[in-house]
Ligand binder design. Structure first.
Ligand SMILES: [Zn+2]
Length: 182
C-alpha cells in the first residue's frame, strides 16, 4: 500500500513560503508526484477555536494517499495559576505529524476512506486547515497545574483591605509620632 521509494522526500528546489494562515491550499501539491514537498513559515496565524496566534514551520509532503503535515509550532495558552489563581499567559510549543486525506485521489480517481480516528483531518475544497490539529495539541500540551512562577504568593487572605486613613487622621498620626519621638 505504500511505495517506499516514492515517499522519499525531494529536497531540492523548494522554497519556504510565508503565510499568516493555518489554511493551506494543497490542490497543486496533490497533483504533484509522491514525495513532493512544500515548506511554510507560519507567522502569527489565527485559527478557528484558537485563542492565541500560532507561529512556526510546517512541511507538507505528498504521500501516496494523503498530505502529511509535519509541524513545529508555538503559541500561548491562557490559564489560571494553580497557586494564586491569577491569569497566566504560558508559551506552548508543539510538534506533530498529521495526515490530511483528500476525498478522492486525483491521480487514481479512487475515493480514499481515511481511518476512522483520522476522519477529522480532511482536505476540503483543496485546502487543509491546521487549526483543529493545533487545537488538539494545545489541549494535550496544556500544563495540568500551571504556576505563575517560583515566587507565587499563593492565595491571598480574604481580609478586607484596611480602609484608607482619612487625611485629618494621618495628620494627627504624624503629630502623635512626632510627640512620641520627642
Ligand atoms: Zn501564582
Amino acid at each position: 500500500m505504500t511505495s517506499e521509494s516514492g515517499i522519499a522526500a525531494r529536497t531540492s528546489g523548494h522554497a519556504v513560503r510565508r503565510t499568516t494562515s493555518l489554511l493551506i491550499n494543497v490542490s497543486t501539491l496533490l497533483q504533484e508526484p509522491i514525495g513532493s514537498l512544500r515548506e511554510y513559515e507560519i507567522d502569527a496565524a489565527r485559527g478557528a477555536g484558537l485563542a492565541s496566534a500560532v507561529s512556526g514551520g510546517v512541511r507538507l509532503l505528498r504521500t501516496d494517499q494523503s498530505i502529511l503535515a509535519t509541524a513545529s509550532l508555538e503559541t500561548t495558552v491562557s490559564d489560571l495559576c494553580g497557586g494564586c489563581l491569577q491569569e497566566l499567559e504560558l508559551p506552548l510549543e508543539m510538534s506533530f505529524d498529521e495526515e490530511f486525506w483528500p476525498d478522492s485521489d486525483a491521480a487514481l480517481g479512487v475515493a480514499i476512506e481515511p481511518p476512522p480516528e483520522r476522519a477529522g483531518f480532511a482536505v476540503i475544497d483543496g485546502q487543509i486547515d491546521l487549526s483543529e490539529a493545533v487545537r488538539q495539541y494545545v489541549e494535550m500540551g496544556r500544563p495540568m497545574s500551571p504556576r505563575c512562577g517560583e515566587d507565587c504568593p499563593g492565595l491571598q487572605n480574604d481580609e478586607p483591605q484596611e480602609a484608607p486613613i482619612d487625611d485629618r487622621w494621618s495628620a494627627l498620626a504624624a503629630l502623635k509620632l512626632e510627640i512620641e519621638q520627642d
